[in-house]
Write a protein that binds this ligand. Structure first.
Ligand SMILES: [Fe+2]
Ligand SMILES: [Fe+2]
Length: 341
C-alpha cells in the first residue's frame, strides 16, 4: 500500500519514494527508508511538501495495520484531516498582495464556451486552491473575498444544472480539509437546491458560504493532531471538537455570514439522536442548515480515503449511512440527499 503524506507526517522507519527529479531534492537515491531522526530532518528540510510512503517496505505503523474503523469512528473521521503543512505556516512572500481567489476560478465560472465537464473540473480545482489559501490565512479580508467567489459558485450551481451535476460527480477524496470543504460545499448546496429551489425563504448564497467554511475552525486545532496519520485518541478527539466553536468565533469576529448560517459551523457535528457535539442537541434543536451540512459532512468523510481506511463508493457510503447511522440524521433530509445521486 502506498500513500502520499505531507513531509511533516513522516516518521523514522518509513520507506519513502521521492519525486524522480533531482532538482526537487538533494538525495542521490529517490527511494529509501528513513532510518534515523537525522535523515528524517534532512528529508523535511527539502523543498518538498509531499512524498509517497510505501507501507509494505516500511516498519509497521498503526496507520497501515489498523482494523477497519467502527461506525462511530467513521462518523468522526472528518475531523482527522489535514489543514496545512506546519512547515509552511508563514504566508509565502508577497502573499498579502495576492487575492485568496484565483483569477482562473472566476474566469472558469464566467466562461460560456466551456463544456459542463471542463467547466466543473476547472471550477472544482480552483475552488480547492482558494480554500487551501484561505485555510492558510483566514483573515477577515480573505474570508470576505472567498465568500464572494462562493456566491458566484452558488449562482453557477443554481443556474447550470449540467455543470452542477458534473461538479457533484467529480469530487476527489484526499486527506485535506480544503478538498473536504469544497466537497461539502458542493453537496450541501446541491441538497439545498433540491430542497429550497422554489422558496424565497432561504439565501442560498449565505448557505453556500456556510457549507464551504464549515471546518474553518480547524485552523485553531493543533496541526500535529490533525495531521496524525492514524486514528485519534480520546483526548485528541476532545481537542478536535473545539473546531465548531472556533470556526463560529472566527466568522463572528470577521462579521461574515448571517447568524443563521453561522449555525452551520456551530452545529455541523450535532446529530438528531443527541449523540453529536458540541452541545448534544436533538431533533429540532438543530437548525435544518446544520442538519444538511452534517449529512454532507459524514458522506464526504466516508467516501474519502484516510491513511487507515479505504475510500467507500457513493453507493456503499449511502448504504452504510442508511443501515448503520440513520438515527443520526433527519430521515426526510437523508432521503432527499440519496436522490441527488
Ligand atoms: Fe467539522
Ligand atoms: Fe467537515
Amino acid at each position: 500500500m502506498q500513500k502520499r503524506l505531507l513531509v511533516s507526517e513522516l516518521k523514522v522507519g518509513m520507506y519513502i519514494i521521492l519525486p524522480s527529479s533531482w532538482l526537487s531534492h538533494d538525495f542521490i537515491k529517490s527511494q529509501f527508508k528513513i532510518d534515523s531522526p537525522e535523515l528524517l530532518q534532512k528529508v523535511q528540510y527539502q523543498k518538498l511538501k509531499h512524498v509517497t510512503v510505501d507501507y509494505e517496505k516500511s516498519d509497521r505503523f498503526e496507520s497501515a495495520i489498523s482494523d477497519e474503523p467502527t461506525v462511530e469512528e467513521l462518523a468522526y473521521i472528518s475531523h482527522n484531516d489535514t489543514v496545512k503543512d506546519p512547515k509552511h505556516e508563514s504566508a509565502p512572500e508577497g502573499w498579502s498582495s495576492r487575492s485568496v481567489v484565483p483569477e482562473e476560478l472566476i474566469a472558469a465560472i464566467e466562461d460560456k464556451k466551456l463544456s459542463p465537464d471542463k467547466k466543473s473540473a476547472a471550477v472544482y480545482s480552483h475552488s480547492i486552491e482558494m480554500m487551501e489559501h484561505l485555510l492558510e490565512s483566514p483573515t477577515a479580508e480573505n474570508i470576505n473575498a472567498s465568500k464572494q467567489a462562493i456566491s458566484s459558485i452558488t449562482d453557477l450551481i443554481l443556474s447550470d444544472d449540467k455543470t452542477a451535476d458534473s461538479l457533484l460527480r467529480i469530487t476527489a477524496h484526499d486527506f485535506y480539509t480544503y478538498t473536504h470543504s469544497v466537497n461539502v460545499g458542493v453537496t450541501g448546496l446541491m441538497l439545498s437546491k433540491a430542497l429550497f429551489k422554489n422558496s424565497d425563504a432561504h439565501d442560498l448564497h449565505e448557505l453556500g458560504a456556510g457549507f464551504f467554511l464549515h471546518d474553518l475552525g480547524k485552523v485553531k486545532v493543533d496541526p500535529d493532531v490533525l495531521n496524525k496519520p492514524a486514528r485519534l485518541t480520546e483526548s485528541e478527539m476532545r481537542h478536535v471538537r473545539i473546531h465548531p466553536y472556533q470556526g463560529y468565533k472566527i466568522l463572528n469576529d470577521a462579521n461574515a455570514l448571517s447568524e443563521e448560517c453561522r449555525l452551520i459551523i456551530m452545529q455541523h457535528h450535532e446529530f438528531v439522536d443527541g449523540t453529536g457535539y458540541p452541545r448534544k442537541l436533538k431533533d429540532n434543536e438543530i437548525h435544518i442548515y446544520g442538519k444538511i451540512c452534517g449529512i454532507a459532512d459524514v458522506f464526504d468523510a466516508l467516501t474519502a480515503e484516510r491513511s487507515y481506511k479505504k475510500a467507500m463508493s457513493t453507493f456503499d457510503a449511502l448504504t452504510l449511512m442508511k443501515e448503520k447511522m440513520i438515527t443520526h440524521f433527519d430521515k426526510e433530509l437523508f432521503g432527499s440527499f440519496v436522490r441527488l445521486f
